[in-house]
Design a protein around this ligand. Structure first.
Ligand code: MG
Ligand code: MN
Length: 620
């Protein structure tokens, strides 16, 4: 920079960002029907206002996965206008937003309606229409009046560009195929960022609905934020999708990440958790040059709506924003009414506290419902004679969802909220045809949940915390054993890690060993059938059933077809008993109420508690 007599003009710009709100508006857990201090735009609104109160120039952005994730979101999808999340965001004065993968779950016409209702622009650069009008512009330039550090009025042009995982074309294929295409995030950025500069942006903020991964760059990769950060010209980066927090200790070893400085390859970066847990704050100091404003300095912070107490419980750090609560009230009341509606009865509790250590009734109920449905729809088709299996996984099993993130339905009436707890996502039921060889790989991929355990180990942690529980598919209709003394065949991301390793053995169907050339029909959801989760499934055929029915509706119909539903647990899978070995796993405190009826005496309480979880011991 050349020397000059005139002091440089500087100004401060504060960028606030939410991500992965997932239709969490009120601080309420609709599945448990109880208030929650961990969620809700109502609380984030108070953080937003506190941040605005201490800054002159503020932008407020959302990074996607906005409209899906709670019964409130499902209700809003049935009665589309006006959407309560958008009403609240309009009131909060959002400046721009991008679309997450879940924005596509209810189809494009609904999403277009959402975009129309917003008083702020949506932008996504790596999605293009096959024909017709684009869903959103690839980027927007916000021409903002600001006050500089001398108190003088100035204008800053902020380019905002959005990115969403190209995997939407797989995950919502039925909604999107032939209508839109999705491109690689990094390639798109290389193309678009210079255009945004050309169009006059002083600085550029990327809304990247994609996570920060240690994987090397690969075209079309899902979590591409680290690689996006290397594209020159970005001044701030909002990441998300994986529901983690950045800056955060978890990323201390990530290449290019500086968690003390809050940067990814020197670009100030945030990832604001999940469901409104955090607000991303990026403070930029901009300096005026001959060519416009440039980023001079930065500071990154990530305030939370709650604080964790010593014993693992949490308490709110901020109150509800009263005016936003008023806006949310009608939708909240309607959602409470909806979730409390009794639709059936269960003769036994349905709880998921042990779903990662042994077969359980919550996963089995889903699998049974899917199997019965597929059986019906395959009758009179060429596939009718195939033996039917059904794949299901624990969705609510603690982990990143926290220590209260379990299904826990007592014996007695079943309400809509209970059905929603059994099947969280608006997935569709699909059927695939799979060989025995594919079935073995499917189960090996799922068995990556478990750490490798040496015989004789004492209290070794059983689970790989990086393995998403929704990828722990079990296949109802088979029986099989899992040998966790063997290393995992696939890593937790789905890469083949140990080509000679086999954890799955003793696989039987109707008492007969399963062979590689046997064929099965498998009930699953559209995600898995289309390849989500990097399962090593190379189905020779397209899906044999591509339904428009949601798995949740199928589960609801199945368990309400009789006055009282009787949950069953089939010993589908078991961890191989190896002797003289104990492992530990973390589960919700509610598990302690069910300890006597579970684990056949092999599960006991260590007495240890961490972050609200109870640590239990399993004797192998
Ligand atoms: Mg997402
Ligand atoms: Mn999300």
């Amino acid at each position: 920079m050349s020397s000059s007599d005139a002091p440089t003009t500087t100004c401060q710009l504060r960028i606030l960002a939410t991500s992965d709100l997932h239709a969490h508006l009120a601080p309420y857990d609709y599945f448990a029907d109880t208030p929650s201090d961990r969620v809700g735009l109502l609380r984030v609104a108070s953080l937003i206002r506190a941040q605005r109160a201490t800054a002159k120039n503020v932008l407020l952005l959302d990074n996607g996965d906005l409209i899906q994730g709670t019964p409130l979101g499902d209700r809003a999808a049935e009665t589309p206008i006006p959407h309560p999340m958008i009403l609240a965001m309009n009131a909060l004065g959002y400046d721009a937003a991008t679309v997450g993968n879940h924005e596509f779950n209810y189809g494009l016409p609904f999403l277009r309606g959402i975009i129309r209702q917003a008083d702020f622009p949506f932008t996504v650069a790596n999605v293009a229409p096959v024909t017709g009008a684009p869903l959103t512009p690839p980027y927007v330039i916000l021409d903002r009046a600001v006050v500089d550090d001398n108190g003088d009025a100035q204008t800053v042009k902020v380019g905002v560009v959005g990115f969403t995982p190209p995997q939407i074309m797989t995950w919502d294929r039925g909604h999107l195929l032939g209508k839109i295409t999705a491109e690689d995030i990094v390639e798109t950025a290389h193309r678009v960022v210079p255009q945004i500069k050309q169009a006059g942006a002083d600085i550029i903020v990327a809304l990247c609905h994609s996570g920060i991964s240690d994987l090397p760059y690969e075209t079309g990769m899902e979590n591409a934020a680290s690689h996006l950060a290397t594209v020159s010209g970005l001044d701030a980066l909002v990441t998300g999708h994986t529901h983690l927090t950045f800056p955060g200790a978890k990323f201390a070893m990530t290449e290019g990440a500086d968690v003390a400085d809050g940067t990814l390859h020197d670009v100030p970066t945030v990832m604001p958790g999940l469901w409104g847990s955090h607000l991303g704050v990026i403070d930029l100091t901009l300096a005026k040059t001959e060519t416009g404003w440039t980023r001079r300095a930065h500071q990154v912070s990530l305030p939370s709506i709650y604080a964790r107490n010593a014993e693992g419980s949490v308490s709110a750090t901020v109150p509800d924003a009263a005016d936003i609560a008023d806006i949310a009230q009608a939708a909240h009341t309607d959602t409470l009414h909806y979730i409390r509606g009794v639709v059936g009865h269960t003769s036994a509790p349905l709880q998921s506290y042990f779903s990662l250590v042994q077969p359980d009734a919550t996963v089995q109920t889903v699998a049974e419902a899917q199997r019965a449905f597929l059986q019906t729809v395959l009758a009179d088709t060429p596939h009718a004679d195939l033996p039917i299996l059904s794949a299901a996984a624990p969705f609510k099993a603690g982990a990143r969802g926290g220590s209260t993130y379990y299904t826990d339905i007592p014996q007695g009436p079943l309400a809509t909220k209970d059905i929603a707890s059994l099947y969280l996502y608006p997935n569709l039921l699909f059927g695939v045809r799979a060989t025995g060889a594919e079935i073995f790989e499917w189960l090996e991929r799922a068995a990556g949940l478990f750490n490798q355990i040496a015989q004789g180990a004492i209290d070794a942690p059983l689970h790989d915390p990086e393995f998403p529980t929704y990828n722990f598919d079990m296949l109802l209709g088979l029986t099989y054993d899992i040998d966790i003394t063997v290393p995992p065949r696939f890593c937790n991301q789905g890469m083949l890690l140990n080509p000679t390793a086999r954890r799955i053995y003793n696989v039987h169907h109707n008492g007969k060993p399963v062979t590689e050339d046997m064929e099965f029909a498998v009930a699953t959801n559209n995600y898995r059938a289309e390849g989500a989760g990097k399962f090593p499934l190379t189905f020779a055929h397209p899906p044999i059933y591509e339904g428009s029915e949601t798995c949740r509706d199928i589960v609801a119909a199945y368990i309400t077809q009789s006055d009282t539903f009787t949950p069953t647990i089939t010993p589908t899978w078991r961890i191989r008993s190896i002797g003289d070995t104990t492992v530990t796993f973390d589960t919700g405190m509610g598990a302690l109420n069910h300890l006597d009826q579970n684990g056949n005496g092999r599960i006991s309480d260590t007495g240890l508690r961490e972050n609200g979880f109870a640590r239990l011991r399993l004797t192998l």
